[in-house]
Design a protein around this ligand. Structure first.
Ligand code: GDP
Length: 476
């Protein structure tokens, strides 16, 4: 259901009663506030010579964007997220990198935390997102904002690969973002670098000096050693990826974070992805319009321009957008206001529609409609053995039409990260002898992610098989 009869009538400049009459003649009994689906709306509109176009929130077609010409594209800095197990040194590493900035000498370095920063070394510049961990990464992705080009996976050499290391690997793989490993804490006497490489290989990451393709750099975030190496490796990777952007067009990007500052009003950090942002530009950020009154870089200095991969704090927003919201410069204030009011309307409609992610109940229909060719699942279980057994049993259900893929399978309770990964990837979560944490439950509700709990492998397999065949017994 997409639109109420009264709304459609208003848009078509007709009396609602006329539409109700028309629907009755088509054999449909509806009331004025009833929602009708897209197909019905289309048929109805065509009866009156109107056409209906279904747009979703943040539909790109709402704002006409210029196509980039190949000759306008120039290399840009890579955008990097640091991930890894808790206490393996992500925060320390981000601090060490920040202080490696060559331009920071006399200015006292990057002191502002605006959610992202850019460091310059001789060979080039690298942009880091300042919130480490796969949670922030996947939250952005669930919002449709995949800004990260490269993941730095931090593994402490004394501790080795741990559960959150594996989570991070799966989150990065699912997002198809290349990984560079930073083996940290190599200053410790108990550091065992070979063991880390061995463990990584067990999770499908073969490092370069073992004949694989994953670059690995040894660092000590504490002693600030190996940081230059890490930055060069990132720049080499960026070159291989041929990251490019058009510096001369109107800017577009993503909101990294936003807040209300007591002195300055609403401030937001924008990471420009394409084009150059200028003071005075009109824009839409998520559902809000605005006009850039001032911009500041990650040192708190006023700037007039921000090009691709450069994070800037902006002032001049009419509301507080969410992290991950799209940011686009518009041709004038009027268009910014029009687009934002259109989006506010769409947001209300989408909230009312309660769009569901894939569930066992809607799976068969989605397969029939060709919407699903791959059923993705996140599997959590009480012990490693049962997780593996369930994963094998489920993956064997793959048919010619639908492939079943476990995008993450691990022992432990169903956590918020599992739910966000499922949300970002339109997956189901399956728990075997485990329950979701309270936060995971709240998130699943909000993200409309289905969590199925089982205590017998056979039951899980049968449920999914039946759902794939469209014969699932109704949920009790
Ligand atoms: P995070 O949870 O991954 O962000 O980890 P932190 O950056 O907070 O670091 C966790 C702990 O490890 C802190 O006590 C750091 O001082 C320590 N640590 C981080 N990097 C290193 C390192 O290279 N060598 C040593 N010896 N300790 C480190």
């Amino acid at each position: 259901e997409v639109i109420t009869v009264s709304e459609l009538a208003r848009k078509m400049n007709l009396k609602a009663n006329a539409l109700i009459g028309k629907l009755m003649s088509m054999g449909m009994m509806v009331t004025i506030n009833q929602q009708i689906d897209a197909e019905t709306a289309e048929i109805l509109a065509s009866e009156y010579g109107c056409s209906v176009r279904i747009v979703s929130l943040y539909d790109e077609t709402i704002i006409e964007t210029e196509k980039d010409r190949q000759e306008d594209l120039r290399p840009r800095s890579p955008i990097v997220t640091v991930m890894g197990h808790v206490d393996h040194g992500k925060t320390k590493l981000l601090d060490a990198i920040r202080s490696a900035d060559v331009a920071s000498g006399e200015q006292g370095g990057i002191t502002q935390h605006i959610g992202a920063y850019q460091v310059a070394v001789e060979e080039g510049t690298v942009t880091f997102l300042d919130t480490p961990g796969h949670e922030a990464f996947t939250l952005m992705r669930a919002r449709g904002a995949q800004v990260t080009d490269i993941v730095v996976l931090v593994v402490a050499a004394n501790d080795g690969v741990m559960p959150q290391t594996v989570e991070a690997i799966d989150h990065a793989k699912e997002a198809k973002v290349p990984i560079i490993v930073a083996i940290n804490k190599v200053d410790l006497p108990e550091a065992n670098i070979d063991r880390v490489k061995q463990q990584l290989s067990e999770h499908g990451l073969i490092v370069e000096d073992w004949g694989g393709e994953i670059p690995a750099v040894e660092v000590s975030a504490l002693k600030r050693e190996g940081i230059g190496d890490l930055l060069s490796t990132l720049l080499v990777q960026a070159e291989i990826m041929e990251l490019k952007a058009n510096f001369s067009r109107a800017a577009e990007g993503k909101i990294v974070e936003s807040r209300i500052d007591p002195g300055r009003g609403t401030v937001a950090t924008v990471l420009v992805e394409n084009g150059t942002l200028k003071v005075g530009d009109s824009f839409v950020a998520g559902i809000y319009p605005g006009k850039i009154r001032a911009m500041f870089n990650d040192r708190g200095q006023k700037v007039d321009l921000a090009g691709p991969a450069m994070p800037v704090e902006i002032i001049g927003l009419d509301g507080v957008p969410d992290s991950g919201d799209p940011f686009q410069v518009t041709d004038g204030e009027k268009l910014a206001r029009q687009v934002s009011s259109k989006r506010q309307e769409l947001k209300r409609v989408e909230a009312a529609r309660n769009v569901k992610k894939v569930t066992l109940d809607n799976l068969y229909d989605s397969i029939q409609e060709g919407e699903v060719q791959e059923l993705k699942v996140v599997i959590k279980g009480d012990v490693h053995g049962s997780v593996e057994a369930l994963q094998n049993a489920l993956e064997r259900l793959s048919t010619r039409e639908v492939r079943l893929v476990a995008i993450h399978a691990a022992a432990g309770a169903i956590n918020e990260g599992d739910v966000m990964l499922a949300s970002a990837s339109n997956a189901l979560v399956i728990g075997f002898h485990v329950r979701p944490t309270p936060r995971a439950m709240v998130t699943a509700e909000k993200e409309k992610v289905e969590i199925r709990k089982y205590s017998i492998i056979y039951d899980a397999v049968e449920d999914i098989r039946s759902a794939m065949e469209g014969m699932l017994a109704p949920d009790l």
